[in-house]
Design a protein around this ligand. Sequence first.
Ligand code: K7E
Ligand code: CUA
Length: 630
Amino acid sequence: MTDTDSNGRPGDVSNAADDRDPLFARIPRRDFMKAGAATGALTGLAGCTSLLSSEENATAAADVDASVPPGEHDEYYGFLSGGHSGEIRVYGIPSMRQLMRIPVFNRESARGYGFDDETRGMLEDAGGYTWGDTHHPRVSQTDNDYDGRWAFVNDKANGRMARIDLKYFETDAIVDVPNQQGTHGACCMLPDTKYVFGVGEFRVPMPNDGRDLDDPDSYTSNIAAIDPETMNVEWEVLVDGNMDNGDGGKNGRWFFATGYNSESAVTESGMSESDTDWVKAFDVPAIEEAVEAGEYEEIGGVPVVDGTRDSSLNEGDRPLVRYLDVSKSPHGVSVTPDGKYAIASGKLDPTCSVIDIEALGEVDDPNEAVVGRPSLGMGPLHTAYDGRGHAYTTLFIDSQVVKWDIEAAVEADAESEDPVVEKIDVHYNPGHLIAAESYTAEPAGDWLISLNKLSKDRFLPVGPVHPENDQLIYIGDDDAGMELVKDTPAYAEPHDASIVHKSKLEPASTYDPADPELDPVGVDDVDIQREDGRVDVKMTSQRNQFGFEDITVQEGDEVTITVTNIETTADLLHSMAIPEHDVNIKLAPQETRKVTFAADEPGVYWMYCAFFCSALHLEMRSRLLVEPAE
Ligand code: K7E
Ligand code: CUA
C-alpha cells in the first residue's frame, strides 16, 4: 500500500477494478497519461493535472478557497443518495460538511422515521420493506431551473420512487411502481417536471406472476411516468433489452435511457457479448397520444404501451421509441444544459456517444443522430457540465475525471482523443460525478464532486468496510485546470447527487400549524379517552414536560398517543420515547405526530424526551402505567 506510482496513487489501484470485476478485466488498458500530455500541449494548457505529483496537486489546491469558516454558510446544498442505506444525505458545498440525513426507504430512529403512524403507514403501504437502494436524487424544476419544491429518488431494490418535501426535508410520498423491478434511473421530465421517470433495470415476465420463469426472451423492462403531484404512475412503456440510467430532454419532448443488455441475456457474459447496445429515445408526446387513443394494455392498473421494436406503434414516421446503437453497454446518460445533446457513456468502451436531439426528430435512421464519439478513457460512466461547453466524465477504470469539449467532439472524427481537454486523478474508482446545478439549463460551473467507490488508504483504517470517498474538485478556472480540493469520507454508498444553490430552497424552520396534515393538539385539547380496550391520548410537549404526568392504561389496551410540540422557537425539538414498546417519535417545533402501540406488559414505563432540549431535559419524563389485567 505504501508503493505509489508517479501520480501519487498506490501502485495497486489501477488494477483494483480488474481484480473485482472480470468484465472490466477483459478490456485492454491503454496509456492515457500520454494522451493527456498530448492534448495538454494541443490545447495550449500549461500542463495536465494528472501529470502533477501529489505534492504539486496539493500546492495547486491551496489556491482555491473552499473553506467555510465557523458560523458561515455554504453556497450550495448537495443532495447525495445513500445507496443501500436507503437514505439521502444533505451536504453543504463547498465545505462538504454533512448537514442532515433524510431517511427515505429505511427506518431511522434519530428522526423517528418509520415509528409514528404516518411514516410507518407510508412505508407499509409502499410494500412494507425495511430498506431500499437510493441512487438518483433529482430536484424538481420549473422552466429548467430548480424550484425548491421536491427531490425525488428511486429505490433500485424494490422498484419504488419516493418524493421528499424540501420545505421540511422529509419524505412525504412513496410509490411502489407496478410492473417494474430494479427501478434504477430516476429523473424529471423538463422543463417543468411534468413527470418523474423511473427506469426499470431488471427484465422480468410481465406480469411477473409465475409465468415464463425460464423464458428470458419474454422478459421485459419498462419506463414508468409518474405524476409528481399525485405520485400516480400514469403510464409505462415496454421495451426490448433492459434499461439502466435515464435523463429527460429540456423541451418536453424526449426522454433517454441507456441499457446494457440488448442481448436479453441472463448471464454476465451474455449481457456483455454485443459490441453495441441501445440508447432508447422516448418520444413523450407521441406516447401520450397513444395512451390517449387507448393503444395500451392495462397491466397492474397501469396503461402499458408497447414500445418494443416490432410494435406497430413504432412504425411510421412517429415511432414511440427510437433505438440508437451506441458503443458497448452504455451506463450514464445526461442531456447538455443547452438541451442540444444527450451524452451516453460507453462503460465497456472508451467512448461516449453524443446524440443530436433536434436531429433525432428529423432523421429516418436514428443512428444518424449520433454526431460525436470521442475517445475519453477506460470505463466512462457519468457526465456532468459546467455550462461553458465542457463535459466532465468519470472514468471508472482509469480512476480519473476527464474534461472534454462537447462541440469539439461533434467536429472530430469518431474515436478521436482531440476533444479531451484535461484529466485529473481521483481516489479511487469514480462512479457518478456531479457539478453544481449541472442538471439545469445554467450550471454554475464552479464545483464538482467525484463520487468515488473506493477509498483504500485515504483515511484511517476502520476495519474491512472502508468509507467511500467523495472528492471536491474546483472546475471554475479553465486556464488553471481542475483542482482537487478535498476528500470526504462517506458511508455506503452515494451514487448520484444534485447540487442546488441555496437561493433556490426555502426550508421551514418550524412546522406550520396550519398544515392540514398535522391536526395539532393545543393546550386545551389535552385529553385521555378510553373505550373498549382503546386508549386515545392527546397531549402536548414543551420544556420540560409532556401534557400528562401519568398515563394509566390496562394490560392489553391499544394505545394511541398524539403529541404536538407546542414550542415556537426554532431548533427546540422534543421527542417521545417509551422503553420496551419500540415507540420513538420526533417532534420539531409545532409538529404533531401520532403513534399507536399495544400495552402488552404490565409495569411502569418512563416516557422520555430523547432530544437534549434544556437543562431540565433529563427531567422531561412521564409515567406510562400499565395495570395488570384482572
Ligand atoms: Cu452509475 Cu445507479 Cu447512476 Cu451507481 S449508477 S454509480
Ligand atoms: Cu424535551 Cu429533551
